[in-house]
Design a protein around this ligand. Structure first.
Ligand code: S3P
Length: 173
C-alpha cells in the first residue's frame, strides 16, 4: 500500500489532466472528486451550486474527502475550493502527499475560457477580474501547502513528471 497523491490548486491549474497522467504512470486509480460528486448526485456541479447552494456542495466535498482519506494508492484530483476547509487538508495529509499546482491568472483564463461548467466563474463578463479576485482571496491557503509546482509554462505531461518526482522524494527515504 502506498500513500495517496492529492493535487490541489485553483481552477485551471491542471489538476485533472495532470492527475490522470500521474495515475497512468504509476499504475494507480485516478479519482476526480468533482466527477464523483456529479456521478453520485446525478447532477452537474453547476446545477448543485444553482439549486442547492455552494454550502451543500462543500458538504458533499467534505464527505468525499473523508471517504478518500481512508483509502490508499489513489491519485486524487480535487476541486479548487477544497483548501477552504482546513480539515480537508489535514485529513488528506494523514494518508497522502498533498501537492499544490499553481498558474498565473492569464494562463488560468486561457485554460478555463471555453468552459461553461465552473459556477464560480460563470456569468462573469470580466473573467480575468473574477479569477484575480478569487485567487487573491485564496492565495494564502494555496501557498500554505508545503509542496508547490508552478505549471504556467508547462504541459500536463511535464507537470506530471514533477509531481511524480516530488512524491517519490517525499516517500522513498
Ligand atoms: C471550485 C472549483 C471547481 C469545482 C467547483 C468549485 C472552486 O473545480 O469544484 O466549481 O471553488 O474553486 P475545478 O478546480 O476542477 O475547476
Amino acid at each position: 500500500m502506498a500513500k495517496n497523491i492529492i493535487l490541489v490548486g485553483f481552477m485551471g491549474t491542471g489538476k485533472s489532466a495532470t492527475g490522470r497522467m500521474v495515475a497512468n504512470q504509476l499504475n494507480r486509480e485516478f479519482v476526480d472528486m468533482d466527477a464523483v460528486i456529479e456521478e453520485r448526485t446525478g447532477k452537474k456541479i453547476s446545477a448543485i451550486f444553482a439549486e442547492e447552494g455552494e454550502s451543500h456542495f462543500r458538504a458533499l466535498e467534505r464527505e468525499l474527502v473523508q471517504e478518500l482519506s481512508a483509502r490508499e494508492d489513489l491519485v486524487i484530483g480535487t476541486g479548487g475550493g477544497v483548501v477552504l476547509n482546513p480539515d480537508n487538508i489535514r485529513d488528506f495529509n494523514k494518508t497522502g502527499v498533498v501537492i499544490c499546482l499553481h498558474a498565473d491568472p492569464d494562463t488560468i483564463l486561457e485554460r478555463v475560457a471555453k468552459d461553461t461548467h465552473r459556477p464560480l466563474l460563470e456569468g462573469d463578463d470580466d473573467k480575468i477580474k473574477a479569477i484575480k479576485e478569487l485567487l487573491a482571496k485564496r492565495e494564502e491557503l494555496y501557498r500554505a501547502i508545503p509542496l508547490q509546482i508552478e505549471t504556467s509554462h508547462h504541459t500536463a505531461a511535464e507537470t506530471a513528471q514533477e509531481v511524480v518526482a516530488l512524491y517519490l522524494g517525499q516517500t522513498q527515504f
